[in-house]
Design a protein around this ligand. Structure first.
Ligand SMILES: [Zn+2]
Length: 310
């Protein structure tokens, strides 16, 4: 509607006499009545279809006093209530919509029906907007609530938290992973040390790939992987591969996820991912892994904290 209004006020609606003026070889007669030349004043105010639309919607105007469409409209919008403004624009957009239907699809409709559809569209748009506003607020609060603390996965699902950690002056970095069940029970943990990549982003992305590889090896199907690297998670969810520096790692992650339809990767705040962070700090020799089937003492406190947060 706004774009239409702006174009109308700039006298920039491609009616036939405008197109002819610009050298486009089109017929000049109004497609709605086939009697007069199609120019803005005719199409929106003087044509029989337009007159009927305004009449049906209950808006009066004196055609003799309408000299320029944009001027008439701006003046009308200034002196009308908000409800009337919406009505006026809805009528005009409806006229333009059905004019195009006639030109491109050879479809015609009565003014009554055209206006009924236009006004119903406005009502539906308002309704949809109300619903989506409510939904957005709810999702936002939920996300904020969830991401501040660790939450167990839904029933039948496991959750794997993953994090990468650099050791100063070392040629390696570590990936820590912890798997827990829907009631918060410890299922397993693993720390793997790998050669240090050039960026933190690459390390975080490799961490997610390691997590997905482990999931695949364990044969788990219903699983949620959580990482605090927002960029990596966004890249995994993005259709195109825009993070060129870690493109190959992200591609691997996407491939794994494709083969595991019940597995998903989500973002979590750092403070809710402490267990994975602590696991990544467990000392481990280079290119080596340690697997824990019961919680190691280093993790007990963090695990307990997550548990009591529930
Ligand atoms: Zn006409």
């Amino acid at each position: 509607m706004k774009i239409f209004l702006w174009r109308f006020c700039r006298n920039n609606i491609p009616v036939r006499n405008h197109l002819r003026y610009k050298g486009v070889p089109v017929m000049i007669l109004c497609p709605m009545c086939c009697v007069d030349v199609e120019h803005i004043l005719h199409l929106f105010f003087d044509c029989i279809f337009a007159r009927s639309c305004w009449q049906v919607a209950g808006i009066d105007y004196d055609m003799a006093r309408v000299e320029s469409g944009p001027e008439w409209l701006l003046n009308k919008l200034e002196t009308s209530t908000q409800g009337e403004c919406v009505k006026i624009v809805t009528i005009m957009l409806g006229i333009w919509f059905w004019r195009n239907k006639k030109v491109w699809e050879d479809k015609t409709i009565t003014a009554d029906l055209a206006m009924e559809m236009s006004f119903r569209y406005v009502v539906e748009w308002r309704k949809a907007r109300k619903v989506s506003k409510r939904q957005t607020t709810r999702t936002e609060t939920e996300t904020a609530k969830i991401s501040k603390k660790w939450c167990p996965p839904p029933q039948d699902y496991l959750k794997l938290n993953v994090d990468a950690s650099f050791f100063p002056q070392a040629d390696a970095f570590s990936v820590g992973m912890v798997i827990r069940s829907h009631n918060g029970d410890f299922v397993g943990a693993k720390v793997t040390t790998l050669p240090r990549p050039s960026t933190v982003l690459e390390a975080e992305s490799i961490g997610i790939r390691e997590a997905l590889t482990s999931v695949l090896q364990r044969g788990e199907r219903k699983l949620i992987v959580e990482s605090d690297s927002l960029l990596s998670i966004q890249a995994v969810h993005h259709k195109k591969n825009y993070l060129l520096e870690v493109g190959h790692v992200i591609e691997d992650c996407k491939m794994f996820l494709h083969s595991m339809p019940d597995c998903r990767v989500t973002h979590i705040r750092k403070q809710a991912n402490k267990v994975a962070h602590s696991t990544a700090r467990i000392p481990c020799s280079i290119i080596c892994s340690i697997v824990f089937t019961s919680p190691p003492s280093y993790l007990l406190e963090t695990l307990m904290n997550d548990f009591s947060n529930e």
